[in-house]
Design a protein around this ligand. Structure first.
Ligand code: GAP
Length: 402
């Protein structure tokens, strides 16, 4: 594959210029492996997480939500195998554990723990709580969205490999004999989600036994062609009963499932769809970045799916120095705001500049209020992808945009 590093520079520059993503602590020269999401980046991220929650949790009847703490009892990481095996090789051959250490408590009382390197373990440690509170029937799942931390030896490629990132994970508990069926179901769900959020092409790779994590008997890596090469985007793993058995052994608490109808006890097996939020954002930005010409002028736009775009539609007065247009535009904006998500009012610069800015943000629709609006309650609706403008009644706007 030909590497296209120029493309990464364009994406990083657009993200900074338009308020999506900034280097962390930038006024102090940044901090390697850490990034801050600005206004539009944070909204884009929120829209992706909301859609993931809808598809992976709320559209189903067999899912529970979890929000575990980031710092946990260090025994969790002993039992999970992270203390002994979550390492990367150093140049001089020394293995380096990539969990961030932190000290909890003061003085001699303090103990060493870690910032979680995955959200998954907070789900396994709450398995018994979910069973006791909700008495679910197998199969069922527990989902968590949250930050994870890895002290990567060489963070690189913008938000692709960072030291602080976010994960959207499901641990789906099944009977051992059914694991292949459920593995296939989650595979389909991940494929559909990739399409729905507009990732251009995802390549699936069945990971060989030598390359799989210690807990997995089958893993599919979802890969994406980033400008710096074909790399992992998400993972789907069959984690067997490794985690529940390991935590049961270490804690001395039974993490078995008791089927009241049949009287059998078993340790459920686990299917884990694991999606990194930041890599998802990078793949979406790369898939949607487009350069073309409109009216003989070059332009850049993000062809974002409308349900994840940080601005669904922007409302403009044609001229910002005409109070009657500004007040009509404000009135329309305030009316529509409660009906259309992520609506923005924009009267910066001239109309050409506003279109350019909204194109770069990926705003699917721009609504312009002009002198005709004052007479007949119609506006101009501009389509981001074609640049076409059509006259439309204010009363028809919601249907055209939603
Ligand atoms: N619970 C399983 C697990 O954590 P993983 O493959 O190590 O598996 C899952 O991580 C996902 O988290 C990856 O597919 C990727 O999307 C994201 N991820 C992992 N390390 C990352 C990093 N350093 N920076 C950004 N995202 C990362």
């Amino acid at each position: 594959m030909i590497q296209d590093l120029g493309m990464m520079e364009k994406i990083v520059s657009l993200c900074k210029r338009r308020g999506f993503i900034y280097p962390s602590s930038e006024i102090y020269g940044g901090f390697s492996g850490f990034w801050d999401y600005g206004h539009y980046g944070a909204i884009l991220k929120e829209n992706i997480k909301c859609l993931w929650k809808q598809r992976f949790i709320f559209d189903r009847e067999d899912m529970f939500v979890n929000d575990a703490s980031i710092v946990m009892n260090p025994n969790v990481w002993e039992a999970s195998g992270h203390v002994s095996t979550f390492t990367d090789p150093m140049e001089d051959g020394k293995q380096f554990n990539t969990m961030f250490k932190t000290s909890v408590g003061a003085g001699e009382e303090s103990i060493v723990s870690y910032l979680r390197p995955e959200t998954a373990q907070g789900i396994f440690t709450n398995f018994k709580n979910v069973i006791d509170s909700f008495h679910p029937k197998l199969p069922f799942g527990i989902a968590q969205v949250g930050k994870a931390f890895r002290n990567e030896i060489s963070p690189r490629d913008f938000i692709f490999r960072s030291r602080e990132f976010e994960q959207m994970e499901v641990e789906y508990f099944v009977r051992e004999k059914d694991w292949e069926k459920h593995f296939q179901e989650w595979l389909e769900k991940m494929r559909k989600f990739g399409k729905e959020i507009g990732i251009k092409q995802i390549i699936e790779l069945d990971v060989t036994p030598e390359d799989r994590a210690h807990y997995s008997k089958r893993t599919i890596d979802f890969e994406f062609d980033y400008p710096f090469g074909r790399k992992e985007l998400w993972g789907l793993a069959y984690r067997t009963d490794f985690d529940l058995k390991a935590h049961s052994a270490k804690s001395g608490i039974s993490l078995e499932y008791f089927n009241e109808e049949t009287g059998d006890r078993l340790t459920p097996h686990v299917i884990e769809p694991s999606l990194g939020v930041d890599r998802t954002i990078l793949a979406i930005l790369l898939s949607s970045y487009t350069e073309d010409e409109i009216g003989g002028e070059p332009r850049i736009y993000l062809k974002l799916a409308k349900h994840i775009a940080p601005v669904r539609a922007a409302v403009f007065p044609l001229l910002k120095n005409k109070p009657e247009l500004v007040s009509k535009a404000r009135e329309l904006f305030l009316n529509l705001k409660s009906q259309i998500p992520n609506l923005e009012f924009d009267d910066n610069g001239n109309i050409g500049k506003r279109y350019r800015r909204q194109d770069e943000i990926g705003t699917p629709f721009c609504i312009t209020i002009d002198f005709d609006t004052l007479k007949d309650d119609t506006v101009t609706l501009r389509d981001r992808d074609t640049g076409e403008q059509k006259r439309i009644k204010v009363s028809d706007l919601k249907e055209a945009i939603i």
